[in-house]
Design a protein around this ligand. Structure first.
Ligand code: NAP
Ligand code: GLV
Length: 312
C-alpha cells in the first residue's frame, strides 16, 4: 500500500489509463484507482474528477483534496454533496494555448470573412472582398482569467483592437480593460465580435440576455467557449433570426449534447463544435496535480485552489 494514500479517478470524457500513466510518471508511488475499482474507500485521499455523479464523495471519509479535471468548476461548486475540502482546478498553460488556438481560429474566420467565401464557393463565384486591417476589427473578451487573458494576448499579437471585461480591474498589455456590471454596456457597444470566456456562476448565469445582446452593434459575432448557460440560448436564437447577431461560433450549450431539435443546428450562420475548445492534457497537467498531492502530504497549502463561495 502507498503511504501517500490512493487517488480515485472519475471522468466520462478522459482516458483513465493515459492519466494514470502520466501521473505515475511524476509520482510512481501514487496509487491511482478508477472509481469503479475502489475496494478500500478509506484509503482514498485524493479525488481527480470531471462531473462525478451526485453522491460520489459520500463513501470517501478520508478525502483530503478534490482536483477538478478541467478549468471550469461549475459542475462541482453548486452541488450539495461537495466535501468541505480544498478544491483545485487545472491551471495549465498548454490548455490555455489550446483554447487560444480555437479563439484565434474563430475570430480570424470572421475577420477574414471566411464564411462568405465558403458560400461563394458553393455557387461557385470568384467574389473578391478586400481584406480589412486587423486593427479595424474590435474584439471583446469577456473574462480575463487564465484562459481569457491568454487568448486576449494572442488576439493582440494578431493586430486586433482588443477590449477585455472582467470582475476586477486587469492590466494586460495591448488590451483595453474594463470591469464590473456598470462597464458592460459600453464594452459591448464597441465590439463587433465578442468571445465569452467567463466561468458559469450565479452572477454570470444568463448574463447575456436579450437586453445585453441588443447592446452589441447590429450583426455582431459571438464566440462562446465558456458555458452555454452564460448566454440565454432562446434570446441568442431570436437574435440570430433577426440579424441582431450576425454569426455565432458555439462550443458550449445549455444542454449538452445539443438536442437534435435545436434550431441552432440548421442555422447557416452558426458553427457548432461539441465542447472541445480546450481539454485537460495529461502530460502537462500531471506535474501540478502531483505537486498538490505532495503539498497535502507536507501540510502545505495547495496551488490553484478555487473559491467555492465565489464559484470559480
Ligand atoms: P478563471 O481563470 O477562473 O477566470 C475567470 C474570469 O472571469 C476572470 O477574469 C474573472 O474576473 C471573470 N469573471 C468571473 N465572474 C465575473 C463576473 N460576474 N463579471 C465579470 N467578470 C467575471 O477562468 P478560466 O480558466 O479563464 O476559464 C474560463 C471558463 O472557460 C471556465 O470557467 C470554463 O467554463 C470555460 N472552459 C471551457 C472549455 C471548453 O472547452 N469550451 C475549456 C476550458 C474552460 P476576475 O479576474 O476579476 O476574477
Ligand atoms: C472544460 O470545459 C473545462 O472547464 O475544463
Amino acid at each position: 500500500m502507498s503511504s501517500l494514500g490512493q487517488m480515485v479517478f472519475y471522468s466520462d470524457f478522459d482516458d483513465f489509463n493515459v492519466w494514470k500513466e502520466a501521473l505515475q510518471h511524476c509520482l510512481p508511488e501514487l496509487e491511482i484507482v478508477h472509481s469503479t475499482a475502489v475496494t478500500h474507500p478509506e484509503k482514498v485521499h485524493y479525488a481527480l474528477v470531471w462531473k462525478p455523479p451526485q453522491g460520489f464523495f459520500a463513501r470517501f471519509d478520508n478525502l483530503k483534496l478534490v482536483i477538478n479535471l478541467g478549468a471550469g468548476v461549475d459542475s462541482l461548486v453548486g452541488r450539495p454533496d461537495l466535501p468541505d475540502l480544498p478544491i483545485t482546478r487545472l491551471s495549465d498553460p498548454n490548455m490555455a494555448r489550446m483554447m487560444a488556438g480555437y479563439v484565434l481560429f474563430a475570430v480570424l474566420r470572421y475577420a477574414r470573412e471566411i464564411p462568405y467565401f465558403e458560400q461563394a464557393q458553393q455557387e461557385p463565384a470568384w467574389s473578391y472582398r478586400h481584406p480589412r486591417s486587423p486593427e479595424d476589427v474590435h474584439v471583446g473578451v469577456l473574462g480575463l482569467g487564465e484562459l481569457g487573458a491568454y487568448a486576449a494576448t494572442e488576439l493582440v499579437r494578431q493586430g486586433f483592437t482588443v477590449h477585455g471585461w472582467s470582475r476586477s480591474q486587469k492590466e494586460i498589455e495591448g488590451v483595453c480593460c474594463s470591469y464590473g456590471t456598470a462597464a458592460l454596456p459600453a464594452f459591448l457597444g464597441q465590439c463587433e465580435t465578442i468571445v465569452v470566456m467567463l466561468p458559469l456562476t450565479p452572477e454570470t448565469r444568463g448574463l447575456l440576455d436579450e437586453h445585453h445582446l441588443n447592446l452589441l452593434p447590429r450583426g455582431a459575432n459571438i464566440i462562446n467557449v465558456s458555458r452555454g448557460e452564460v448566454i440565454v440560448e432562446d434570446a441568442l436564437i431570436n437574435a440570430l433570426k433577426t440579424g441582431q447577431i450576425g454569426q455565432a461560433t458555439l462550443d458550449v450549450f445549455t444542454k449538452e449534447p445539443l438536442p437534435l431539435d435545436s434550431p441552432l443546428w440548421a442555422m447557416q450562420q452558426v458553427l457548432i463544435t461539441p465542447h472541445l475548445a480546450s481539454v485537460a492534457l495529461p502530460l502537462s497537467s500531471s506535474p501540478q496535480i502531483v505537486d498538490n498531492v505532495l503539498r497535502i502530504c507536507g501540510g502545505k497549502p495547495v496551488l490553484h485552489q478555487i473559491e467555492v463561495m465565489r464559484g470559480y
